[in-house]
Ligand binder design. Structure first.
Ligand code: GDP
Ligand code: MG
Length: 176
């Protein structure tokens, strides 16, 4: 067994129904359900990530759930964050601009700079419904915000592990 050094609080935020809970579930349990289950309160899960050969870190994953709507509750949720995954839905254009508000909200709330990853989820729907958000615009925004942009599908599992791994590696870099 490898020595476990770091524990990182990782928050998963963004508008409702973009797939935050589904991404966590796919990552932790490798499962997916199309049946929408509204997250009540805050959900916690954790997973140990091997971010390098022989090196692992524990992520505690904070699922914002029902607090999406209650701005006043967000601050306590954000406390102690080491990294953020900010999610929007590639099939609903409006979620991209809402996601931007989430990122600026969390950046305002946390004094210390932390790595963030922008996730465009539900990439499996693109062949069906087409591209509804300009990728250049997403890339430009991501660059400006000094984040990484990744497209995922919690449904197929595509890029999910990669997204969490990329963020873990950036969180580790802050500590060494
Ligand atoms: P949350 O409110 O952000 O936590 O969103 P959920 O994880 O509860 O997902 C909202 C809905 O979108 C559910 O019906 C999911 O099954 C569905 N969903 C989540 N991720 C994906 C995905 O990658 N592809 C597709 N097609 N549906 C997804
Ligand atoms: Mg949820």
């Amino acid at each position: 067994m490898s020595e476990q050094i770091f524990t990182f609080k990782t928050i998963v935020i963004g508008p409702a129904a973009v797939g935050k809970s589904s991404l966590i579930r796919r990552f932790v349990e490798n499962q997916f359900s199309l049946h929408y289950k509204f997250t009540i309160g805050v959900d916690f899960m954790s997973k140990v990530v091997d971010y390098e050969i022989g090196k692992s870190a524990k992520l505690t994953l904070w699922d914002i759930g029902g607090q999406e709507r209650f701005k006043v509750l967000r601050r306590s949720f954000y406390e102690g964050t080491n990294g953020a995954i900010v999610v929007f839905d590639l099939s609903r254009a409006g979620t991209f601009s809402k996601m931007k508000e989430w990122l600026s909200d969390v950046r305002q709330a946390i004094e210390i700079d932390f790595p963030a990853l922008i996730v465009g989820n539900k990439s499996d729907l693109i062949p069906e419904i087409g591209i509804v958000i300009d990728r250049n615009e997403i890339e430009q925004y991501s660059k400006k915000e000094n984040t990484i942009y990744i497209e995922t599908s919690a449904k197929t599992g595509d890029n999910v592990e990669k997204a969490f791994l990329e963020l873990t590696q950036r969180m580790v870099q802050r500590c060494i």
